[in-house]
Design a protein around this ligand. Structure first.
Ligand SMILES: [Mg+2]
Length: 257
C-alpha cells in the first residue's frame, strides 16, 4: 500500500467512528473518546471549511453524545439518518422490524450473551461476548428476512444488523458530496470494518482516497494499523493545516508520522 499523505485543505473528510476514531470496547456503550480527539476534530472541521462528517452505524444522537460538545455533520445508521452541514435532519422511513425484533428477542432469551440493540431504523445483534454464535445469528436473521422486504442484513465486526435496503456508507458519502461545503472537494474516507468498503469504493469512484484502519483485503488505497495511528494522523494533519489549537488539542510535541 502507498504511504498516507496528510489531509489537504481541499479535502472533504469522512470518518467512521467505532474502531476508527475510537478504540473498540467489549460493549458498544463502553467506548471511550479521548478529549484530544474532540479538539482535533473541531480544528479539522474549521480548517476544512466545515467539510468533515462522521459516517457511522451508530445513531446521530449517539455520535453527538460521544463527541459532545462538538456537533458535526453526520450520517447515522449507515446513512439511514443524516444531519447535513446546515444542521437539517433527514431520515429514511422506518421499516417494520417488529417481527424481526420478536424473533431476535427469543434468540437472546435462549442465548443471554447476545445483545439486541434497537435503533430508529435498524436492529443490531451483537455477539462480541459469544463469537461462537455468529453462524446461528446469521442464519436466524437470514431466515427472518425471507418474509420481509425493504431491509437487508449487514455483517460487521461481531455484529449483524438489519437496516433499510440500499442504504450504505457509500451512498451517504455520495449524498454529502453533492452539497456545499463538501461538493468540489477531494473525498477522503477512513474506516475499519467490512461495512466501510462501500465508502472506500465510493471515494475511489469520486477520485478520492480510502484509509483502512487495520489490515485486510480492501478497496482502500492506504492503511494505518489502529485507531491510535489514525488519531495521530488527524492531529498531525490539523496542525499542518494551521488549524488554531483548540481546547483539548494534542500537544505540539506529538511526533510526526
Ligand atoms: Mg467502524
Amino acid at each position: 500500500m502507498s504511504s498516507l499523505p496528510l489531509i489537504e485543505p481541499d479535502t472533504a473528510l469522512f470518518l467512521d467512528f467505532d474502531g476508527t476514531l475510537a478504540d473498540l470496547a467489549p460493549r458498544p456503550e463502553l467506548v471511550y473518546v479521548e478529549p484530544e480527539l474532540v479538539g482535533t476534530l473541531r480544528a479539522l472541521h474549521t480548517a476544512l471549511g466545515g467539510a468533515l462528517a462522521i459516517v457511522s452505524g451508530r445513531t446521530v444522537a449517539e455520535l453527538d453524545n460521544f463527541l459532545s460538545p462538538l456537533v458535526l455533520p453526520a450520517a447515522g445508521v449507515h446513512g439511514a439518518e443524516v444531519r447535513d452541514s446546515a444542521g437539517r435532519r433527514f431520515e429514511m422511513p422506518a421499516p417494520n422490524l417488529g417481527g424481526m425484533l420478536a424473533r431476535l428477542e427469543d434468540l437472546a432469551l435462549a442465548h443471554p450473551a447476545l445483545r439486541i440493540e434497537r435503533k430508529p431504523m435498524a436492529l443490531a445483534v451483537h455477539y462480541r461476548s459469544a463469537p461462537e454464535l455468529e453462524q446461528l445469528v446469521r442464519s436466524q436473521v437470514a431466515e427472518a428476512l425471507k418474509d420481509m422486504s425493504g431491509v437487508e442484513m449487514l455483517h460487521g465486526k461481531m455484529v449483524v444488523e438489519v437496516k433499510p435496503a440500499g442504504v450504505t456508507k457509500g451512498s451517504a458519502i455520495e449524498n454529502f458530496m453533492r452539497e456545499a461545503p463538501f461538493a468540489g472537494r477531494k473525498p477522503v474516507f477512513a474506516g475499519d470494518d467490512v461495512t466501510d468498503e462501500d465508502g472506500f469504493v465510493m471515494v475511489n469512484k469520486l477520485g478520492g482516497l480510502g484509509v483502512l484502519v487495520g489490515q485486510r483485503a480492501t478497496a482502500a488505497t492506504v492503511s494505518v494499523n489502529n485507531p491510535a495511528a489514525l488519531r495521530l494522523w488527524l492531529g498531525h494533519s490539523a496542525r499542518a493545516l494551521g488549524a488554531p489549537a483548540g481546547q483539548g488539542d494534542a500537544p505540539a510535541s506529538t511526533p510526526a508520522l
